[in-house]
Ligand binder design. Structure first.
Ligand code: 6PG
Length: 235
């Protein structure tokens, strides 16, 4: 696992964008399937991507999916799609037909099925699992990633591609990409910054195996990289 540490979140975000652009350059095919996480951390990356790298990005190659979504309307402040749209997708020349939104406003169980079918239909399949080119993950200070929270280990091993999960503190329903398709991605990149994330960054780096983020980092089939800052990396 490669851990990239930068003095500030903005420098980590910039390095991550440049890493994504390099991965895109390595792909000759005219598509690249990327799954985005939500939360607050990616907003910095999305803003920078839109403001400084629009001209450098082969937008026509990118197909956007989501790692997870809160079961809310897309214009809700909690929506991961809404955050990505506000900070990135509304500002760059991506075709709407290349953006595959999880419909958080629909019945969660039905939406898991619908969205999993889209992913299975659009992506290459290996051993029954979709192969994302890149899964961009965040991590919570409790060790969660995607919307797979501590104690929800069955979401790490289930055969289902997307499952309904529950945020344990708010009981908010979520739609989550499960562990196996995440670990099956060609590249998994964790973007985790800030003092509060010290413990989960240590776990991801292998100090322990505590929590879903660490489990995925340690059991992924292919490349795992971490982009973090001094505050989270205890540097
Ligand atoms: C979500 C995310 C989740 C996120 C972590 C970190 O829907 O909340 O996908 O996995 O990456 O909770 O969130 P912050 O970036 O807000 O700390």
């Amino acid at each position: 696992m490669i851990t990239n540490v930068f003095p500030t979140p903005k420098e980590a975000a910039r390095a991550l964008i440049e890493r994504v652009l390099n991965l895109l350059k390595e792909r000759d095919d005219n598509y690249y399937h990327i799954a985005l996480s939500g939360g607050s951390t990616p907003a910095l990356m999305f803003d920078l991507w839109a403001s400084e790298y629009t001209e450098l990005t082969p937008w026509e190659k990118l197909r956007f999916y989501w790692v997870d979504e809160r079961c809310v309307e897309p214009n809700d402040a909690e929506s991961n799609y809404g955050m990505a749209y506000q900070h990135l997708l509304s500002k760059v020349p991506v075709k709407t037909s290349h953006i595959y939104r999880i419909k958080g406003e629909e019945n969660p169980e039905e939406e898991c099925k619908r969205y999993a079918e889209i992913v299975l239909n659009k992506l290459p399949i290996e051993e029954g699992l979709p192969v994302f080119d890149l899964v961009l993950l965040g991590a919570g200070d409790d060790g969660h990633t995607s919307s797979i929270f501590p104690g929800q280990g069955e979401l790490l091993t289930t055969d289902k591609v997307y499952e309904v999960s529950i945020q344990p503190h708010t009981s908010q329903k979520r739609i989550a990409l499960t562990g196996r398709p995440i670990m099956n991605a060609k590249h998994v990149i964790f973007f985790v910054t800030g003092e509060k994330k010290k413990k989960v960054v240590l776990a991801i780096k292998g100090v322990d195996n505590n929590g879903p983020a660490a489990y995925i980092a340690h059991h992924a089939n292919n490349a795992v990289e971490v982009f973090t800052d001094n505050a989270a990396a205890d540097e």
